[in-house]
Design a protein around this ligand. Structure first.
Ligand code: UTP
Length: 290
């Protein structure tokens, strides 16, 4: 069972989404659809299923659609009621009732660590989760709940995934000793190392549990790789104190921050839908012959 001392989560969603330009000029990448739901809903649903009640979105200019999605829409509800579309009305209301969402702003995209720091006042002096909106994890037990389990008090926990050596430069990479086949005592972390510099193949994907004393570490973190304030660098200071665990979670992870990853996630979730599986399989068969 999840350890319920973590009840708040930060969703940093202030990035520019340049890999999806030009659409992200006006549409936040987090609301791009996977089947008929925005990417971010899959991640919010994971947090809610893990018992998280208090959700803080770190947004930027032009991201209102993302927050509006979780807010009531009286006009839409009246329209659906008038036209007797009760099933859709239920679905729209269910999204709103999922969670209590608040938004704070990151005025400049100075990096993921800086984005998380903007949630400090909204979260307060509590341990908290961080979930990245462009990492979707389909799993039986919510991935963020897997990180909460057996967490020593005051420790940070990061989600780990083994990646091919050629891909280490896309991730934060951890080094440490395996306490169990799925749990690493993390000794050090490095952001996006070249394959020859990577200390292991264990990459951090977008799920974290962070202790309350993270805030001052984030505030003290100076710009690192790419001139950005990196979350990994702030967590590395905890690793040096032996307070970071990595959990190789079970589940399937989709990187929806790039075009092919989003398409892959779309097909995966469409195939899980009873009403879509047959037509989507037929479409894939037809297209594979082109
Ligand atoms: P990414 O670098 O993957 O997202 O950051 P991006 O910058 O939006 O995308 P590209 O690379 O330009 O296509 C990982 C996560 O951190 C958030 C992003 O929104 C994304 O969820 N982020 C990043 C912020 O909120 N603020 C930042 O300053 C940087």
């Amino acid at each position: 069972m999840p350890n319920h001392d973590v009840r708040a989560a930060v969703f940093p969603v202030a990035g520019r989404g340049t890999r999806f330009l030009p659409v992200t000029k006006t549409v936040p990448k987090e609301v791009l659809p996977i089947v008929d739901r925005p990417c971010i809903e899959y991640v919010v649903a994971e947090a809610v299923a893990a018992g998280i009640e208090h959700l803080v979105f770190v947004t930027a200019k032009g991201k209102d659609a993302l927050v509006d999605y979780f807010m009531p829409d009286a006009d839409l509800e009246a329209f659906l009621t008038l036209h007797g579309k009760d099933d859709l009305l239920d679905q729209v209301r269910q999204v709103v009732s999922m969670a209590d969402v608040i938004a704070v702003r990151q005025d400049e995209a100075l990096g993921l660590g800086h984005a998380v720091l903007q949630a400090k006042d909204a979260i307060g002096d509590h341990d908290f989760a961080v979930l990245l909106g462009d990492d979707i994890i389909d799993s039986e037990r919510p991935a963020i709940a897997q990180l909460m389990e057996d967490r020593p008090s005051g420790h940070a926990v990061v989600a780990l995934m083994e990646v091919p050596s050629a891909h280490t430069s896309r991730y934060g990479i951890c080094a440490g000793s395996m306490a169990t086949p799925t749990r690493m005592a993390v000794h050090s972390m490095v952001e996006k190392p070249k394959p020859e510099d990577a200390p292991s193949n264990f990459a951090i994907v977008g799920r974290y549990i962070l202790p309350a004393d993270m805030w001052h570490r984030l505030a003290e973190t100076r710009p690192g790789r790419g001139g950005e304030i990196q979350l990994t660098d702030a967590i590395a200071s905890l690793a040096a104190e032996g307070r970071v665990d990595g959990v190789a979670f079970s589940g399937q992870r989709f990187d929806t921050g790039n075009v092919v990853g989003l398409l892959r996630a779309s097909v995966h979730f469409a195939l899980k839908r009873p009403d879509l599986e047959a037509p989507v399989r037929a479409m894939l068969a037809e297209m594979s012959n082109r």
